[in-house]
Ligand binder design. Structure first.
Ligand SMILES: Cc1ncc(COP(=O)(O)O)c(C=O)c1O
Length: 392
């Protein structure tokens, strides 16, 4: 059974609304991993004794279950240390392989609102001689196929567009983008770190060639993720070693983390729709509660299509530093990505917010254990801080 209150998972009475940074590992996931740390500690590449073979069987089972959730074949899933590595492997690996095959560095495209784990490898490709277009989405955070079409070139080799945004939660129209890319022979990568386990993702329905995943955004362990690679899409490895993962990602497989990743994905998919409906109600209760008390608040990003557990708001007339200082003791939330090096959100600035507005913004992200009582407390706490800052 899933725990129903945060008290089951999180000590203390800090209201936890920062689940897009990471989530607590689910107790059933911890339980599923336990034997693989202790009794069954074999190396999945050791084929000559039972410990190794048992570990290999556990990896095979986890791989199969994860692949099934995405509608792909088992050998299309490559385990990595997380979505950061999966993005680097996909973007650097594919662009370099393609440049080698075609004898030239081509053109690559991404969005200004991507996570740094996409933007930084894209800038690395630019340093290596690829032409890079960073496309600014509309003010609601979304792009469409026409906007992408406008920046395609004859030499465009790869496009990377995230499935769901980690700060403003908007869900991009991947299918339409994939149809366009496919008609032009362009590889489409998506960073689905925030979407997997929250939206049903079928690779063929999405039409993507490369998909990056992370376990710790869906109540799985930190330090494990995967790259889903369509058969026939070439990638060069980023490093070399013992030949694991089809020689694309060598290194001893972290069996307990892989088992935990699959257990978390199974749990997330078991009640995905019910859970999403519940989160939508809670998220809307949070928004309506805040908006009714402070009509000047603005929501960042389109209300739909959006992840059910995300709300991002700007409180334009207060100081961001003072707002976050005021909230800190009672509420865990953020002003942007946990991987933003302390800078005001580049995502919010890309959708038209000033630096000052970006600083005075809150990303409020709900989790599996968030309750209506916590939402009401969060409304009270945020509202009290806004009133205090207005009064001072
Ligand atoms: C959209 C997105 N991509 C990539 C990452 C990095 O994932 P990981 O921590 O698994 O490397 C994150 C996590 O913050 C994310 O939100």
């Amino acid at each position: 059974m899933l725990p129903t209150t945060s008290a089951d998972l999180i000590p203390g009475d800090l209201i936890q609304l920062d689940h897009q940074a990471t989530t607590p590992c689910h107790p059933l996931v911890v339980q599923a991993m336990k034997p693989w740390w202790e009794q069954e500690w074999g190396n999945a590449s050791s084929r000559q004794h039972r410990l190794g073979l048992t570990a290999a069987a556990a990896v095979a089972s986890a791989r199969h279950r994860l692949a099934s959730h995405l509608g792909v074949e088992d050998d299309e899933l490559i385990f990595t240390s997380g979505a950061t590595e999966a993005n680097n492997l996909a973007l650097l690996g594919h662009a370099r392989a393609r440049a080698k095959a075609e004898g030239r560095c081509g053109h690559v495209i991404t969005l200004a609102t991507e996570h740094h784990a996409v933007l930084d490898p894209m800038h690395q490709l630019q340093r290596e001689g690829f032409a890079l277009t960073v496309l600014r989405p509309q003010d609601n955070g979304l792009i469409d196929a026409d906007m992408l079409n406008d920046v395609l070139r004859d030499d465009t080799q790869m496009v990377s567009v995230m499935a769901a945004n980690n700060e403003i939660g908007v869900v991009q129209p991947l299918r339409a983008l994939a149809d366009l890319c496919r008609s032009r022979g362009i590889t489409l990568h998506t960073d689905a770190a925030q979407a997997f386990g929250h939206l049903r993702l079928n690779r063929d329905e999405l039409g993507c060639d490369l998909i990056s995943l992370s376990a710790h955004k869906l109540n799985g362990p930190k330090g494990i993720g995967a790259l889903v690679k369509r058969r026939g899409v070439s990638i060069q490895p980023l490093f070399w070693g013992g030949g694991q993962e089809q020689e694309l990602r060598p290194g001893t497989l972290p069996v307990p983390l892989i088992v935990g990743f699959a257990a978390a994905a199974d749990l997330a998919h078991a009640d995905l729709e019910t859970w999403q409906q519940q989160l939508t109600l809670l998220r809307d209760r949070l928004w309506q509660g805040l908006k009714s008390r402070h009509p000047q608040l603005e929501m960042n990003g389109a209300h739909q299509p959006r992840l059910a557990h995300n709300l991002n708001i700007t409180i334009a007339d207060v100081s961001g530093v003072r707002l976050h200082r005021c909230l800190k003791r009672s509420l865990a939330c953020s002003s942007g990505s946990a991987c933003s090096r302390g800078e005001p959100s580049h995502v919010l600035q890309a959708i038209g917010r000033s630096r000052r507005e970006a600083e005075a913004s809150l990303r409020l992200s709900l989790g599996r254990t968030t309750t209506a009582a916590e939402i009401d407390r969060a409304v009270d706490v945020i509202s009290a801080c806004i009133n205090q800052l207005h009064g001072s």
